[in-house]
Design a protein around this ligand. Structure first.
Ligand SMILES: [Zn+2]
Length: 437
């Protein structure tokens, strides 16, 4: 395999405690050498040289919460288009949720995802198996089989595991494999029929609300089960101040709990539904919350309570999202906007620093999933994300690699974009506009 020399970039690699200017040599798909910038020796004959002066070089970003929609909903996304969107967005690994059709609840479904990702995927794909058979919440799925064929976690994401006993079994059983249960926390008896956050804005708009306490009840129950079973619980798309406080307390008590938040819950609140005049691209589950929740999440990023940022990339066809707000499906795409949003809205104003961002979007999600990613130590597979912190451009959904366009961020001007994605030493995406920049 060809070798690659990334010259002069700022290497930000929290896993090795690195933040400085280095030349990075990749040979045979692995990191071969890291030397202070300007001191690299020429690589083997035919080495491709990328001048990344002024750019940030970091371990490939890992999105631990993605819906690739295949099999069953290929009109929204496929493994091929979803992984292209990931590469364009600066992600070199994604973990995909099992709520496809059929649901990934056993050996053959997991094997299908792994095989299709190998055939047509352009970034690494790590399947997440379901907790329950067909995602119905009644009996445990074939967890051992799925883990053997490559599943890195289990989740019934899209719906909660309503049955407490089943959740207890899942937390106990997954301990054998050392994998987390990824928890979609929602008390359906409270959220049923709701389409946005319950509160002032929902009242003004006359829309049925989804109360914050429905998430908190579910988080509270599952933290209690995690404490009893000593299983590994990972709270997906945490969105409320109260749920965050419960996780903070559980961590202080030494529980093996982790959590993720989405970029949209960090930059938008429920006012977006009103301001966009019922644009269904502001409808997701959990819903955009109140400003006090958003501010609490920012605090959780700073104090370390939040472990990961994950997109919950949820593609839907334009026709589905063009329905009335009440009828449109929940969810937005996120792979191609996450990095610029977080660079522009978190790093640029100084809410968090680059090292923390790379931890949240690469090193820590990799650790939670138990995959050998998230580091650029010498010898590791060379999955690399290159970011231009000064590149400013507008989000244009028409140019997205995803099959879907359901983003509330169209037209936003953001600074700090991924310009190259490298998987196993191969450049799988390069932003042409940045060449020679
Ligand atoms: Zn979910």
């Amino acid at each position: 395999m060809a070798s690659l020399l990334l010259k002069g970039g700022r290497l930000v690699d929290p896993a090795t405690g690195t933040d400085g200017r280095f030349d990075l040599l990749v040979v045979d798909g692995r990191v071969a050498e890291r030397r202070p910038a300007g001191t690299a020796k020429a690589g083997p004959a035919g080495t491709k040289v990328l001048d990344v002066t002024g750019k940030i070089v970091c371990p490939g970003f890992v999105d631990m919460h993605v819906h690739l929609r295949e099999p069953g909903h290929e009109h929204k996304e496929s493994i091929e288009t979803g992984t292209r969107a990931a590469a364009a967005g600066g992600f070199t690994s994604v973990a995909c949720m099992p709520n496809t059709d059929p649901v990934n609840d056993g050996l053959s479904a997991t094997e299908y995802v792994v095989a299709e990702a190998r055939r047509r995927g352009v970034v690494n794909v790590f399947p997440i198996g379901s907790v329950s058979k067909a995602g119905k919440g009644e009996e445990l799925a074939e967890i051992a089989d799925m883990v053997r064929s490559g599943a890195v976690a289990v989740s019934d994401d899209g719906r909660p595991v309503a049955n407490s006993y089943l959740m207890r079994m899942a937390l106990e059983y997954t301990k054998i494999f050392g994998i987390p249960v990824i928890d979609h926390c929602e008390e359906r008896s409270l959220s049923a029929g709701g389409v946005m956050n319950e509160g002032f804005v929902a009242t003004v708009l006359g829309l049925k609300g989804i109360p914050a306490c429905g998430e908190e009840i579910a988080v509270g129950r599952d933290l209690a089960l995690a404490a009893m079973t000593r299983g590994r619980l990972h709270v997906a798309h945490l969105s409320t101040r109260g749920a965050l406080e419960l996780v903070r307390r559980a961590k202080n008590e030494g529980l093996a709990v982790t959590c993720e938040v989405t970029p949209h819950h960090l930059v938008l609140n429920d006012n977006a539904v009103m301001e966009s005049q019922y644009d269904a691209n502001t409808k997701m589950n959990p819903p955009l919350r109140a400003e006090e929740d958003r501010l609490a999440l920012l605090e959780g990023l700073r104090d370390g309570t939040i472990d990961a940022i994950a997109t919950d990339h949820a593609p839907h066809h334009a026709d589905e999202k063009l329905q009335e707000f009440d009828d449109a499906p929940f969810g937005i795409i996120g792979l191609e906007t996450a990095i610029p949003l977080m660079m522009d809205r978190l790093v640029r104003p100084g809410l968090i620093d680059l090292t923390r961002l790379v931890s949240l979007m690469s090193a820590t999600p990799a650790r939670i999933l138990g995959i050998a990613k998230g580091s650029l130590a010498v010898g590791v597979e060379a999955d690399i994300t290159v970011i231009d912190p000064d590149l400013e451009r507008a989000v244009d959904v028409a140019a997205f690699r995803s099959k879907s366009r359901n983003s509330p961020f169209h037209g936003w001007t953001l600074r700090g974009w991924p310009v190259a994605s490298i998987v196993g030493g191969r450049v799988v995406h390069e932003l042409q506009a940045a060449a020679g920049h």
